[in-house]
Design a protein around this ligand. Structure first.
Ligand SMILES: *Cc1c(COP(=O)(O)O)cnc(C)c1O
Length: 412
Protein backbone atom coordinates (compact mmCIF):
# COMPACT_ATOMS: atom_id res chain seq x y z
CA UNK A 1 0.00 0.00 0.00
CA UNK A 2 1.14 3.54 -0.70
CA UNK A 3 1.31 5.97 2.22
CA UNK A 4 -1.98 7.77 1.56
CA UNK A 5 -3.80 4.42 1.35
CA UNK A 6 -2.14 3.34 4.58
CA UNK A 7 -3.25 6.52 6.35
CA UNK A 8 -6.83 5.59 5.54
CA UNK A 9 -6.77 1.79 5.83
CA UNK A 10 -3.98 0.61 8.12
CA UNK A 11 -5.31 -0.76 11.40
CA UNK A 12 -8.95 -0.85 10.31
CA UNK A 13 -10.96 -3.98 11.15
CA UNK A 14 -11.18 -6.53 8.35
CA UNK A 15 -13.21 -9.35 9.83
CA UNK A 16 -15.45 -7.74 12.39
CA UNK A 17 -18.75 -9.18 13.50
CA UNK A 18 -20.95 -6.35 12.20
CA UNK A 19 -18.87 -5.19 9.27
CA UNK A 20 -18.29 -1.79 10.82
CA UNK A 21 -16.23 0.55 8.65
CA UNK A 22 -14.85 2.61 11.54
CA UNK A 23 -12.98 1.09 14.49
CA UNK A 24 -15.34 0.82 17.48
CA UNK A 25 -14.30 2.41 20.75
CA UNK A 26 -13.67 -0.53 23.08
CA UNK A 27 -14.36 1.45 26.22
CA UNK A 28 -13.52 -1.38 28.57
CA UNK A 29 -10.81 -1.32 31.22
CA UNK A 30 -10.59 -5.09 31.47
CA UNK A 31 -11.28 -8.16 29.29
CA UNK A 32 -12.79 -11.47 30.35
CA UNK A 33 -10.98 -14.76 29.83
CA UNK A 34 -12.86 -17.73 28.34
CA UNK A 35 -11.37 -19.95 31.08
CA UNK A 36 -8.82 -19.92 33.89
CA UNK A 37 -6.41 -21.71 31.57
CA UNK A 38 -6.86 -19.03 28.90
CA UNK A 39 -6.27 -16.30 31.47
CA UNK A 40 -3.06 -17.98 32.58
CA UNK A 41 -1.95 -18.44 28.96
CA UNK A 42 -2.52 -14.76 28.20
CA UNK A 43 -0.49 -13.68 31.21
CA UNK A 44 2.38 -15.97 30.30
CA UNK A 45 2.37 -14.65 26.73
CA UNK A 46 1.45 -18.02 25.22
CA UNK A 47 -1.92 -16.81 24.01
CA UNK A 48 -2.77 -13.56 22.28
CA UNK A 49 -5.77 -11.65 23.56
CA UNK A 50 -6.44 -8.64 25.69
CA UNK A 51 -6.09 -8.58 29.48
CA UNK A 52 -6.34 -5.02 30.76
CA UNK A 53 -6.39 -1.69 28.87
CA UNK A 54 -3.13 -0.38 30.33
CA UNK A 55 -1.49 -3.36 28.64
CA UNK A 56 -3.47 -3.25 25.40
CA UNK A 57 -6.90 -2.51 23.93
CA UNK A 58 -8.32 -3.19 20.42
CA UNK A 59 -8.99 0.49 19.59
CA UNK A 60 -5.48 1.41 20.69
CA UNK A 61 -4.04 -1.50 18.70
CA UNK A 62 -5.72 -0.16 15.56
CA UNK A 63 -3.97 3.18 15.98
CA UNK A 64 -0.64 1.50 16.79
CA UNK A 65 -0.91 -0.56 13.60
CA UNK A 66 -1.79 2.50 11.57
CA UNK A 67 1.16 4.65 12.67
CA UNK A 68 3.62 1.71 12.59
CA UNK A 69 2.51 1.04 8.99
CA UNK A 70 2.96 4.70 8.03
CA UNK A 71 6.48 4.62 9.47
CA UNK A 72 7.30 1.27 7.81
CA UNK A 73 8.18 0.13 11.30
CA UNK A 74 7.68 -3.08 13.24
CA UNK A 75 5.25 -2.19 16.04
CA UNK A 76 3.79 0.88 17.65
CA UNK A 77 3.05 1.70 21.29
CA UNK A 78 0.52 4.45 21.87
CA UNK A 79 1.11 6.75 24.81
CA UNK A 80 -0.88 9.36 26.72
CA UNK A 81 1.16 12.24 25.26
CA UNK A 82 4.27 12.81 23.16
CA UNK A 83 6.23 13.40 26.38
CA UNK A 84 5.05 10.02 27.71
CA UNK A 85 6.50 8.43 24.55
CA UNK A 86 9.83 10.24 24.98
CA UNK A 87 10.14 9.62 28.73
CA UNK A 88 9.22 5.95 28.32
CA UNK A 89 11.97 5.45 25.74
CA UNK A 90 14.46 7.15 28.08
CA UNK A 91 13.29 5.05 31.06
CA UNK A 92 13.65 1.87 29.03
CA UNK A 93 17.04 2.55 27.44
CA UNK A 94 18.99 4.65 29.95
CA UNK A 95 20.41 3.67 33.31
CA UNK A 96 22.52 5.15 36.07
CA UNK A 97 25.81 6.32 34.60
CA UNK A 98 24.65 6.35 31.00
CA UNK A 99 24.84 9.34 28.69
CA UNK A 100 22.66 10.71 25.89
CA UNK A 101 23.56 13.05 23.04
CA UNK A 102 20.79 15.26 21.74
CA UNK A 103 20.13 18.38 19.66
CA UNK A 104 20.50 21.82 21.21
CA UNK A 105 17.12 22.78 19.79
CA UNK A 106 15.28 19.66 20.90
CA UNK A 107 11.70 20.13 22.16
CA UNK A 108 11.99 22.12 25.44
CA UNK A 109 10.47 19.59 27.88
CA UNK A 110 12.65 16.80 26.40
CA UNK A 111 15.71 18.76 27.44
CA UNK A 112 14.17 19.64 30.80
CA UNK A 113 13.44 16.02 31.81
CA UNK A 114 16.98 15.00 30.86
CA UNK A 115 18.55 17.85 32.82
CA UNK A 116 16.33 17.42 35.88
CA UNK A 117 14.56 14.08 36.44
CA UNK A 118 17.01 11.88 34.54
CA UNK A 119 20.05 13.78 35.86
CA UNK A 120 18.75 13.01 39.37
CA UNK A 121 19.04 9.30 38.56
CA UNK A 122 22.59 9.68 37.28
CA UNK A 123 22.00 10.11 33.56
CA UNK A 124 24.26 12.65 31.81
CA UNK A 125 23.24 14.54 28.68
CA UNK A 126 25.02 16.66 26.08
CA UNK A 127 23.23 18.98 23.63
CA UNK A 128 24.91 19.84 20.35
CA UNK A 129 24.06 21.37 17.01
CA UNK A 130 22.98 18.08 15.44
CA UNK A 131 22.93 19.56 11.94
CA UNK A 132 26.73 19.28 12.25
CA UNK A 133 27.70 15.58 12.29
CA UNK A 134 31.15 16.26 13.69
CA UNK A 135 29.57 17.80 16.80
CA UNK A 136 27.52 14.64 17.36
CA UNK A 137 30.58 12.44 16.93
CA UNK A 138 32.66 14.56 19.30
CA UNK A 139 29.98 14.47 22.01
CA UNK A 140 29.80 10.68 22.13
CA UNK A 141 31.41 9.04 25.18
CA UNK A 142 31.95 5.37 26.05
CA UNK A 143 28.83 5.63 28.24
CA UNK A 144 26.60 7.10 25.50
CA UNK A 145 23.53 4.91 25.00
CA UNK A 146 21.22 7.09 22.91
CA UNK A 147 21.59 9.64 20.15
CA UNK A 148 18.29 11.51 20.08
CA UNK A 149 17.46 14.06 17.41
CA UNK A 150 14.55 16.03 16.11
CA UNK A 151 14.49 17.05 12.45
CA UNK A 152 13.25 19.50 11.31
CA UNK A 153 13.98 21.05 14.69
CA UNK A 154 11.71 23.27 16.71
CA UNK A 155 11.59 26.24 16.17
CA UNK A 156 14.65 26.90 14.03
CA UNK A 157 13.79 24.44 11.20
CA UNK A 158 17.34 23.11 11.38
CA UNK A 159 17.67 19.83 9.50
CA UNK A 160 19.86 16.99 10.76
CA UNK A 161 21.21 14.32 8.45
CA UNK A 162 19.42 11.10 9.45
CA UNK A 163 21.61 8.60 7.59
CA UNK A 164 24.82 10.31 8.73
CA UNK A 165 23.67 10.36 12.35
CA UNK A 166 22.63 6.69 12.15
CA UNK A 167 26.12 5.73 10.99
CA UNK A 168 27.77 7.59 13.87
CA UNK A 169 25.32 6.22 16.45
CA UNK A 170 25.70 2.62 15.32
CA UNK A 171 29.47 2.80 14.99
CA UNK A 172 29.51 3.74 18.66
CA UNK A 173 26.99 1.16 19.81
CA UNK A 174 24.22 3.69 20.48
CA UNK A 175 20.49 3.45 19.85
CA UNK A 176 19.41 6.12 17.38
CA UNK A 177 16.07 7.69 18.34
CA UNK A 178 14.26 10.30 16.24
CA UNK A 179 11.41 12.58 17.25
CA UNK A 180 9.53 12.63 13.94
CA UNK A 181 6.74 14.95 15.08
CA UNK A 182 7.58 17.93 12.84
CA UNK A 183 7.71 16.01 9.56
CA UNK A 184 5.13 13.26 10.24
CA UNK A 185 5.63 9.89 8.53
CA UNK A 186 3.93 11.28 5.46
CA UNK A 187 6.99 13.43 4.75
CA UNK A 188 9.82 11.56 6.45
CA UNK A 189 10.31 7.92 7.48
CA UNK A 190 13.46 7.75 9.63
CA UNK A 191 13.62 3.93 9.58
CA UNK A 192 14.53 4.21 5.90
CA UNK A 193 17.65 6.10 7.02
CA UNK A 194 18.77 3.77 9.81
CA UNK A 195 16.84 4.96 12.86
CA UNK A 196 16.07 2.37 15.57
CA UNK A 197 13.19 4.03 17.45
CA UNK A 198 10.78 6.80 16.44
CA UNK A 199 8.73 8.88 18.83
CA UNK A 200 5.80 11.12 17.97
CA UNK A 201 3.60 13.68 19.52
CA UNK A 202 0.35 12.61 17.84
CA UNK A 203 -1.04 15.88 19.16
CA UNK A 204 0.43 17.62 16.12
CA UNK A 205 0.16 16.51 12.46
CA UNK A 206 -1.01 12.94 12.96
CA UNK A 207 -4.16 13.92 14.82
CA UNK A 208 -4.16 17.28 13.10
CA UNK A 209 -7.19 18.93 14.64
CA UNK A 210 -5.82 20.54 17.81
CA UNK A 211 -8.30 18.58 19.93
CA UNK A 212 -6.39 15.59 21.35
CA UNK A 213 -3.01 15.00 22.98
CA UNK A 214 -1.27 11.70 22.39
CA UNK A 215 2.00 10.04 21.61
CA UNK A 216 3.48 7.02 19.87
CA UNK A 217 6.66 4.98 20.02
CA UNK A 218 7.49 2.88 16.96
CA UNK A 219 10.34 0.38 16.88
CA UNK A 220 12.21 -1.05 13.97
CA UNK A 221 12.37 -4.58 15.36
CA UNK A 222 10.93 -6.96 17.91
CA UNK A 223 13.86 -6.87 20.34
CA UNK A 224 13.56 -3.10 20.78
CA UNK A 225 9.80 -3.48 21.15
CA UNK A 226 10.38 -6.04 23.91
CA UNK A 227 12.74 -3.62 25.69
CA UNK A 228 10.25 -0.78 25.74
CA UNK A 229 6.76 -2.30 25.93
CA UNK A 230 6.99 -3.63 29.53
CA UNK A 231 8.30 -0.26 30.75
CA UNK A 232 5.34 1.50 29.15
CA UNK A 233 2.86 -0.97 30.66
CA UNK A 234 4.42 -0.74 34.12
CA UNK A 235 4.95 3.02 34.32
CA UNK A 236 1.52 3.48 32.77
CA UNK A 237 1.94 6.36 30.34
CA UNK A 238 -0.51 4.56 28.09
CA UNK A 239 -3.34 5.83 25.93
CA UNK A 240 -7.08 5.71 26.50
CA UNK A 241 -9.34 4.01 23.89
CA UNK A 242 -11.41 7.10 23.24
CA UNK A 243 -8.25 9.14 22.67
CA UNK A 244 -7.03 6.45 20.24
CA UNK A 245 -10.30 6.57 18.33
CA UNK A 246 -10.07 10.35 17.93
CA UNK A 247 -6.51 10.16 16.65
CA UNK A 248 -7.53 7.40 14.20
CA UNK A 249 -10.17 9.73 12.88
CA UNK A 250 -7.52 12.42 12.40
CA UNK A 251 -4.81 10.27 10.83
CA UNK A 252 -7.09 9.14 8.02
CA UNK A 253 -6.74 12.58 6.41
CA UNK A 254 -3.04 13.05 7.21
CA UNK A 255 -1.98 13.06 3.55
CA UNK A 256 -4.66 15.57 2.49
CA UNK A 257 -3.88 17.95 5.32
CA UNK A 258 -0.12 17.76 4.97
CA UNK A 259 -0.22 18.24 1.20
CA UNK A 260 -2.44 21.28 1.45
CA UNK A 261 -0.58 22.82 4.38
CA UNK A 262 2.84 22.49 2.77
CA UNK A 263 1.59 23.92 -0.49
CA UNK A 264 0.33 26.92 1.50
CA UNK A 265 3.62 27.09 3.44
CA UNK A 266 5.73 27.24 0.29
CA UNK A 267 3.67 30.15 -1.05
CA UNK A 268 3.77 31.99 2.28
CA UNK A 269 7.52 31.42 2.68
CA UNK A 270 8.10 33.07 -0.72
CA UNK A 271 5.80 35.93 0.19
CA UNK A 272 7.47 36.44 3.57
CA UNK A 273 10.94 36.40 2.01
CA UNK A 274 10.03 39.48 0.00
CA UNK A 275 8.26 41.29 2.85
CA UNK A 276 10.06 44.44 4.05
CA UNK A 277 9.20 43.78 7.71
CA UNK A 278 10.84 40.35 7.59
CA UNK A 279 14.62 40.05 8.00
CA UNK A 280 14.92 36.37 7.24
CA UNK A 281 12.83 33.27 6.56
CA UNK A 282 13.80 29.76 7.57
CA UNK A 283 11.81 27.20 5.61
CA UNK A 284 13.46 23.95 4.45
CA UNK A 285 11.75 24.33 1.06
CA UNK A 286 13.58 27.55 0.21
CA UNK A 287 16.87 27.02 -1.64
CA UNK A 288 18.64 29.42 0.75
CA UNK A 289 17.83 27.24 3.80
CA UNK A 290 21.24 26.07 5.14
CA UNK A 291 20.28 22.39 4.95
CA UNK A 292 17.91 22.57 1.99
CA UNK A 293 19.80 19.78 0.17
CA UNK A 294 19.62 17.38 3.12
CA UNK A 295 15.91 18.09 3.50
CA UNK A 296 15.37 17.43 -0.20
CA UNK A 297 17.24 14.15 0.12
CA UNK A 298 15.58 12.70 3.20
CA UNK A 299 12.08 14.21 3.11
CA UNK A 300 9.21 13.78 0.65
CA UNK A 301 8.20 17.41 1.12
CA UNK A 302 9.21 20.40 3.22
CA UNK A 303 6.29 20.58 5.63
CA UNK A 304 4.35 23.52 6.91
CA UNK A 305 6.43 25.03 9.69
CA UNK A 306 8.14 28.36 9.02
CA UNK A 307 10.38 30.51 11.23
CA UNK A 308 10.76 34.19 10.42
CA UNK A 309 12.81 36.99 11.90
CA UNK A 310 10.74 40.13 12.08
CA UNK A 311 11.94 43.71 12.21
CA UNK A 312 11.83 45.27 15.66
CA UNK A 313 13.03 42.20 17.63
CA UNK A 314 10.99 41.25 20.68
CA UNK A 315 8.66 44.25 20.24
CA UNK A 316 8.16 43.52 16.57
CA UNK A 317 7.29 39.92 17.40
CA UNK A 318 4.74 41.02 19.98
CA UNK A 319 3.10 43.41 17.55
CA UNK A 320 2.70 40.64 15.01
CA UNK A 321 1.21 38.31 17.67
CA UNK A 322 -1.27 40.96 18.69
CA UNK A 323 -2.19 42.00 15.16
CA UNK A 324 -3.06 38.73 13.46
CA UNK A 325 -6.77 38.01 13.10
CA UNK A 326 -6.94 34.74 11.22
CA UNK A 327 -3.80 33.11 12.61
CA UNK A 328 -4.42 31.91 16.14
CA UNK A 329 -1.94 32.97 18.79
CA UNK A 330 -1.23 29.60 20.36
CA UNK A 331 1.55 27.08 20.85
CA UNK A 332 1.35 23.61 19.31
CA UNK A 333 1.33 22.96 15.57
CA UNK A 334 0.17 20.68 12.83
CA UNK A 335 -3.55 21.42 13.04
CA UNK A 336 -5.82 22.39 10.16
CA UNK A 337 -5.88 25.93 11.48
CA UNK A 338 -2.86 28.21 11.21
CA UNK A 339 -1.11 29.08 14.45
CA UNK A 340 1.53 31.64 15.34
CA UNK A 341 3.75 31.91 18.40
CA UNK A 342 6.81 33.64 19.76
CA UNK A 343 9.32 31.08 21.12
CA UNK A 344 11.50 33.54 23.09
CA UNK A 345 8.58 34.60 25.28
CA UNK A 346 6.48 31.42 25.08
CA UNK A 347 7.60 27.83 24.25
CA UNK A 348 11.28 28.49 24.91
CA UNK A 349 11.00 31.04 27.71
CA UNK A 350 12.26 28.43 30.20
CA UNK A 351 15.55 28.18 28.28
CA UNK A 352 18.06 30.90 29.24
CA UNK A 353 18.60 33.69 26.73
CA UNK A 354 22.24 32.65 26.28
CA UNK A 355 21.27 29.06 25.49
CA UNK A 356 18.43 30.23 23.26
CA UNK A 357 20.88 32.30 21.26
CA UNK A 358 23.33 29.44 20.99
CA UNK A 359 20.52 27.34 19.54
CA UNK A 360 19.49 30.10 17.13
CA UNK A 361 16.26 31.01 18.93
CA UNK A 362 16.63 34.76 18.74
CA UNK A 363 14.18 37.34 20.11
CA UNK A 364 12.87 38.25 16.67
CA UNK A 365 12.02 34.63 15.76
CA UNK A 366 8.32 34.09 15.11
CA UNK A 367 7.13 30.53 14.51
CA UNK A 368 4.29 29.83 12.14
CA UNK A 369 2.38 26.58 11.76
CA UNK A 370 0.63 26.89 8.42
CA UNK A 371 -2.79 25.25 8.22
CA UNK A 372 -5.18 24.32 5.43
CA UNK A 373 -7.07 27.61 4.95
CA UNK A 374 -7.13 29.61 1.74
CA UNK A 375 -3.58 30.82 1.23
CA UNK A 376 -4.71 34.26 0.06
CA UNK A 377 -6.52 34.83 3.33
CA UNK A 378 -3.45 33.72 5.29
CA UNK A 379 -1.16 35.97 3.29
CA UNK A 380 -3.39 38.99 3.77
CA UNK A 381 -3.51 38.39 7.52
CA UNK A 382 0.29 38.11 7.83
CA UNK A 383 0.80 41.14 5.60
CA UNK A 384 -1.45 43.29 7.78
CA UNK A 385 0.15 42.06 11.01
CA UNK A 386 3.67 42.66 9.71
CA UNK A 387 2.80 46.12 8.46
CA UNK A 388 1.58 46.92 11.96
CA UNK A 389 5.25 46.76 13.05
CA UNK A 390 6.19 49.74 10.94
CA UNK A 391 3.03 51.58 11.91
CA UNK A 392 3.70 51.05 15.63
CA UNK A 393 7.47 51.33 15.79
CA UNK A 394 7.78 54.41 13.58
CA UNK A 395 10.91 55.96 15.02
CA UNK A 396 10.19 59.38 13.52
CA UNK A 397 7.90 62.11 14.83
CA UNK A 398 4.59 62.09 13.02
CA UNK A 399 5.04 65.46 11.33
CA UNK A 400 8.24 64.34 9.67
CA UNK A 401 8.04 62.76 6.27
CA UNK A 402 9.30 59.24 6.54
CA UNK A 403 10.09 58.83 2.86
CA UNK A 404 13.79 58.25 3.41
CA UNK A 405 13.39 55.67 6.14
CA UNK A 406 14.19 52.32 4.61
CA UNK A 407 11.48 50.51 6.56
CA UNK A 408 8.80 52.76 5.17
CA UNK A 409 10.35 53.09 1.79
CA UNK A 410 10.23 49.38 1.19
CA UNK A 411 6.86 49.03 2.77
CA UNK A 412 5.15 51.23 0.27
C1 LIG B 1 4.62 18.77 21.06
C2 LIG B 1 5.88 18.05 20.91
C3 LIG B 1 6.29 17.06 21.83
C4 LIG B 1 5.49 16.72 23.07
O1 LIG B 1 4.26 16.18 22.78
P1 LIG B 1 2.99 16.29 23.77
O2 LIG B 1 1.95 15.53 23.05
O3 LIG B 1 2.70 17.72 23.96
O4 LIG B 1 3.42 15.65 25.06
C5 LIG B 1 7.48 16.41 21.59
N1 LIG B 1 8.24 16.71 20.53
C6 LIG B 1 7.90 17.65 19.63
C7 LIG B 1 8.78 17.93 18.47
C8 LIG B 1 6.71 18.34 19.79
O5 LIG B 1 6.39 19.30 18.91
Amino acid sequence: MKKSTKAIHAGLPHNSRYGEVSVPIYQSSTFSFPSAEDGAARFSGNQSGYIYTRMGNPTITALEENVAALENGHKGMATATGMAAISTVFLALLEKGSHIVSSDCVYGPTRVILETAFAKFGVASTFVDSSDLTQIEKAIRPSTRIVFIETPANPTMKISDLAGTARIAHKNGCVFVVDNTFASPYLQRPFEHGTDVIVHSLTKFINGHSDVVGGMIVTRDESMYKNIKPVLNQFGGTMDPHQAWLVLRGVRTLHLRVERAQENAMKLARFLESHPMVDWVLYPGLPNHPQHDIAARQMDGFGSMIAIGVKGGLDGGKIVMNSVRLFTLAVSLGGVESLIEHPASMTHASVSKAERELAGISDELVRISVGCEDVGDLQEDLDNALNAISATLNPFPLERTDEEHPLFEENR
